[in-house]
Write a protein that binds this ligand. Structure first.
Ligand SMILES: [Zn+2]
Length: 411
């Protein structure tokens, strides 16, 4: 036996030491930094220990291959990411990579031999260092152009092309990172839920049936920035009060969505000029609407825009709508969902069939490939935060379900 108890937990703890800002309490490990390179090198040694053949593609995605007995057959892909956002937790993404390595150990110890090759992947840049997330999987899906690499910049103005070059990768080889759909049988990603659904229902494991995608847009209300003392209440065109009405309307409209799964959030409010003695003349609201049901999501977006126009009209104001991003929700593949559900049943577990509210690399690849996801609980739903936590036994359960799923998909 080669699986000392706690190997996965020790590896998660060790990877957490690759951290650019330990003083802040969380983990900061952005893609293409020297710290990220160090972490990826450590992951490579663990992949080698699991007997995998390694390669890194043009965008920095790391692959570890367990060759199957039928070398030409489409492969089974599994993995997630080991980059983090700023001051983040130890499990987001990391579980899907290190858990996949542990699943390989489990399967080897069981004497399993894959028919289809199993390829582990650590996608580069799932977190949006360059404004756009999932750059590694977007490149693999052929959704990133050479021009994008110059256009996308981080908060310090470093372009993605420059960051790639600094990491020893050649941005001009971007096209080589593309994965042809016929070469992949299925992709499955193990991940922490990052929500409170499993914990709230006291359920140990989730099998994802669809991955929601965001439609983000900005509402800009324009009224009149007049003097707070000299403008009587009846003569005001207060853009912030109008925007406040819109925020309440967004909550009401999202709650009433026909799918029952739409979520609507105003995460950013900018009120200008931003002085205590001036009526706010311009307010920007950045709105995020998500659902796995694209039609329901778009109906909510249309209703929000309609409500914003009515509110603006009633207050003699203007409202403008600017698109930010509109991604396509993805339905998980029934065969992957079935394989994961059977793997749960084999372990005596009843999975919760659920949608993923957050987006993942699996969503990007799911536009071209059959994909699925397995969720383990997140304590308090906390993620992207130092307090992110999943108990060791819950991690192990996720790995066991992933191993069973891989055995079904690759056997
Ligand atoms: Zn993640």
């Amino acid at each position: 036996m080669t699986d000392p108890p706690g190997r996965l937990h020790a590896a998660i703890a060790e990877l957490a030491l690759f951290n650019d800002d330990p003083a802040a309490g969380g983990i900061t490990r952005e893609v293409y930094t020297p710290t990220y390179a160090g972490a990826l090198e450590r992951v490579q040694t663990w992949m080698r220990d699991a007997g995998l053949e390694l390669r890194v593609d043009a965008i920095g995605n790391l692959f570890g291959r367990w060759a199957g007995t039928e070398p030409g057959a489409p492969v089974v892909l599994t993995g997630s990411h080991v980059d983090t956002t700023l001051n983040a937790g130890a499990y987001d993404g990391v579980l899907g990579v290190l858990g996949a390595i542990e699943a390989v150990h489990l399967l080897r110890d069981r004497g399993f031999t894959p028919r289809r090759s199993i390829e582990l992947v650590a996608w580069a840049g799932e977190e949006p260092r360059f404004g756009t997330g999932c750059v590694g999987s977007r490149a693999a899906a052929g959704e990133l152009s050479r021009a994008d690499l110059d256009r996308l910049v981080d908060r310090n103005g470093i372009s993605m092309a420059a960051a790639l070059a600094a990491a020893g990768l050649n941005p001009d080889r971007l096209a080589a990172a593309r994965i042809d759909a016929p070469t992949v049988h299925a992709l499955v990603e193990l991940h922490i839920e990052q929500g409170i659904v499993l914990e709230t229902h006291g359920e140990p494991i989730g099998v994802v049936t669809a991955i929601a995608a965001p439609h983000d847009f900005r509402l800009t209300f324009t009224g009149a920035a007049t003097h707070a003392g000299a403008t009587p209440m009846g003569l005001r065109r207060d853009a912030l009060v109008g925007a406040a009405e819109a925020i309440v309307a967004i909550e009401r409209i999202a709650r009433a969505s026909s799918s029952g799964t739409t979520v609507g959030t105003v995460g950013v409010v900018h009120a200008r000029p931003g002085a205590i003695n001036v009526v706010p003349g311009t307010v920007e609201l950045d709105v995020d609407v998500r659902d796995s049901d694209a039609a329901a999501r778009e109906a909510v977006v249309a209703a929000i825009v309609d409500a914003a126009r009515k509110i603006a009209d009633a207050r003699d104001m203007e409202v403008a709508v600017h698109e930010i991003v509109e991604d396509v929700p993805v339905a998980c593949d029934p065969a992957v969902v079935a394989a994961a559900s059977e793997a749960c049943a084999e372990l005596g577990l009843t999975p919760r069939l659920m949608t993923s509210g957050a987006y993942h690399d699996a969503m990007i690849m799911g536009r071209r490939l059959p994909v699925g996801m397995i969720f383990v609980p997140s304590r308090g739903g906390v993620s992207h935060h130092p307090d992110e936590y999943t108990a060791p036994e819950e991690l192990d359960r996720g790995v066991a379900v992933l191993a069973g799923t891989l055995a079904r998909l690759a056997g």
